[in-house]
Each structure stands twice: as C-alpha cells, then as structure tokens.
Design a protein around this ligand. Structure first.
Ligand SMILES: Cc1cc2nc3c(=O)[nH]c(=O)nc-3n(C[C@H](O)[C@H](O)[C@H](O)COP(=O)(O)O)c2cc1C
Length: 389
C-alpha cells in the first residue's frame, strides 16, 4: 500500500485531524521535533494575531505505541485554541440567531475559494467554504510531512527551506552547506540568509500591511542525500518531479513550481543547462553541476533535489477589493476575515514538508517493506547493486 494521508477539520472548528496510512512499523517518532516543525510554520514576520493565539501541538490518537509506529494507520489531531470563541458560530447542531451572530459570509473575497465553492456546493453561507479552504489546514500537512522528514532522516536525508523573494525584494543567493542553511534561515524572521535583506523585507512587509494590502513571494526547498532512482521514467504518474509539482501546487496560494533552474532553462543553451556526468571512487556517479535540480527522466539522480514555488499575495485584504453580494448581486467590498499580510516565510516551511512527503512516499515505493528493518535491508542491497554497477 502506498503512503497516503487525508485531513479533515475547519479553521475555527475544534481541531484538525489527519490519518496517515502506509507507514512502516518501528519508526521512532520524536514528538518534540514534530511540534518544533509545527512551531516553525507559525513563525515569520508578517503573520497576524491568529498565530499568537494558536500554539500548535500534535496529539497522536492511533498507530503509535511507546514512541514507535506499529504499522497501523497513524491518527493525529491538532486542537484549535481559537475554537472557544467560535463554538456557537461553528456549532455542529443547528443554532438560532441572526446572520451576524452566525458570522455568515455573503461577500466573497476575490482570489479565495469563497465564490467558486459557494456556487459549486450550493452554499449560501460562504463560511462553509472559507473554513475549509483556509491555510490553517497546512498545520496537519506539516505534521504529516514532519513524520516523513523523520523517516527520511533515518536514511541520512536532510530537508531545508528558504525564502528567495518577497514582492519587490530579492534575497541574494548564497550556496551554503545544508546544515548551515538550516541554521541561518532558522535564525531569520523571514527565512533568508542575510541580515540586510531581512531588515529590508521586514520594512517592506510593514509598509504593505499599513496600506491594507498583502504580498507574496518565492520559496525554495532543498533535499540532500536522496538516493539515485526514486520515481520512474516508465509511466507519467510515476515521475517524481511531476508528483512533487502536484504537491507544491496543492499548497494554498501557490501559483507556480520550478525544479532546479526551472523556467530559466527555456532562456539559455543546452550546454549551459545540462549537468555533466562524472565518476570517482569516493562519490560514484555524480554531476559537475545541479542545474536540473536533482532530476532527469522523472528520477532522482543523486544530486540535491531543488524545488521552488511561487506564492501569490494573500487574498484577504484589509482594504478590500470589489466584490458582489450574493444576496442582492449588488457591488460591495469583499468581506474581511482576520488575516496575515505576508505568509511567505511560513509557506517555505509548508513547502519543505510537502516535498519531504513526496520523497518519503517514493522512497517507500522503491524500497518497500513493512518494518524499518526490512526497508534498511532493501536500501543496503540497492546500495551494493549501485556500487557493483
Ligand atoms: C501559510 C499560509 C498562510 C495563509 N494565510 C492566509 C490568510 O491569513 N488569509 C488569506 O486570505 N489567505 C491565506 N493564505 C492563502 C489562502 O489559503 C489561499 O489563497 C486560498 O485558500 C485560495 O486558494 P488558492 O490561492 O490556492 O487558489 C495562506 C496560505 C498559506 C500557504
């Protein structure tokens, strides 16, 4: 069975829930490390008050015993602390009260799921769409990705992320060893590698916020230690770069994805794009450069996997755009729901976990096995095969 998860829950509901199926047994789960990843998603300059209300913690309610997975589905929940203020509004049983008391949404926000969801599901209260389309759901996606990340770490695979751009401000690209990249970006309020850009980005976000506007950006994820041969060229839906692209595009507000130099590859010559093949006793087959971001033919080539994603500006604006009231069809300003001005640093954390998940899934497909011991043996036998090739 291939690795998969489903999530449920609303942004102002009691909790978010995830069920993961296909994890092997005997994987040691570090709960503190997992909660640290949830905490990373909540940080970042430009986040609103909601992130101060929520102190996310995952509680496991199935599939783990004495710190180790059992092979059964893993179920986890993350409570919404804000729920106490929304109990009546989000009540499961019918309630009496005015639209105002129910916080009914009837002026859809451009750029959000509100109108399409309302029309498609025939919902006259667009809160029913808003509550589920909110990026609060990425909390449990990060929790699932954090487990994938711990699984990958068992095989020496490391994941890092960084912000490359916020609106008009581009961060200079510093090629750092992965451990240093993790350390440096962790210490930055906007997940960049230099203090000057950090200051510029903070001031820029303040200005955008003051103007009642929002801003997006570009983020990058790097995964190191990925073995050669995850994914496959033989069928379109087994190409791992394509699966990663799907995962990235599924992150709220992401509008584009690149692997390696991505779109730049269409602007320069083949001799400047393709990575020359080398071989040494120490490193085996490797590439002189990594412009293709660790992929050829839908398979990993052993070089670091490099994935970039672009996040559009957040759609909820304190200075709202024009919309139409679904009751009267008259022009009105869109409704305002508490919102961030910039969530690009948080989106970089989400990207890391979405990419980690896809790589862990492909890793399990390649090396199979129901227990960590069986997978380790399969990895060792493949490594011996590569060495003898
Ligand atoms: C980490 C993160 C935080 C976000 N925070 C907000 C927010 O506070 N307000 C908002 O309107 N949209 C926010 N978004 C974006 C919306 O969830 C997203 O635009 C919406 O679900 C519509 O989906 P689409 O943009 O993918 O089409 C956030 C996205 C991410 C990745």
């Amino acid at each position: 069975m291939s690795l998969r998860y489903l999530t449920a829950g609303e942004t102002h509901g009691p909790q978010l829930t995830a069920i993961i199926e296909g994890l092997p047994s005997n994987l040691n789960i570090d709960f503190e490390e997992l909660n640290f990843q949830l905490h990373r998603r909540q940080k970042g300059y430009g986040r609103g008050r909601r992130m101060q209300i929520e102190k996310d913690q995952a509680t496991f309610v199935g599939g783990i015993r004495h710190g180790y997975t059992t092979g059964a589905p893993v179920a986890l929940v993350v409570e919404n602390n804000d729920w106490k203020h929304w109990q009546k509004i989000m009540n499961i049983e019918p309630i009496e009260g005015s639209d105002e008391e129910k916080r009914r949404v009837h002026r859809p926000r451009p750029g959000h799921a509100d109108l399409n969801g309302g029309l498609k599901y025939n919902l006259k209260d667009l809160r029913n769409v808003l509550e589920r389309s909110s990026a609060r759901e990425t909390t449990v996606r990060v929790a699932c990705g954090a487990i994938a990340r711990q699984f990958l770490a068992e095989f020496g695979i490391k994941v890092a992320g960084r912000v490359l751009r916020i609106g008009e401000i581009e961060a200079p690209y510093r090629d750092l060893p992965i451990d240093e990249l993790i350390e440096v970006t962790e210490a930055s309020s906007v997940r960049v590698t230099d203090a000057e850009t950090e200051k510029k980005m903070e001031a820029y976000i303040d200005q955008i916020k003051q103007e009642g506007d929002s801003i997006g950006g570009i983020v990058e994820c790097i995964v190191e230690g990925v073995p050669i041969g995850l994914g496959s060229h033989v069928q379109y839906d087994r190409k791992l770069d394509a699966r990663i692209a799907q995962g990235v595009m599924s992150i709220n507000a992401f509008k584009g994805v690149e692997i390696g130099i991505g779109f730049e590859a269409g602007t320069i010559r083949g001799s400047q794009v393709h990575d020359e093949i080398m071989h040494t006793d120490e490193r085996g087959y490797h590439r002189a450069t990594n412009r293709l971001g660790g992929f050829e033919g839908g398979m990993t080539n052993g070089m670091p996997v490099v994935v970039r994603g672009v996040m559009k500006p957040i759609p909820t604006l304190y200075k709202p755009l024009q919309s139409v009231d679904i009751d009267t069809k008259e022009a009105f300003s869109a409704q305002v729901e508490r919102s961030d001005a910039c969530a690009v640093p948080a989106a970089s954390v989400v990207l890391e976990h979405v990419v980690a998940w896809e790589i862990a899934k492909a890793f399990l497909e390649k090396f199979g096995g129901d227990s960590m011991e069986e997978i380790r043996a399969n990895v060792a036998s493949y490594q011996a095969q590569l060495e003898n090739y």
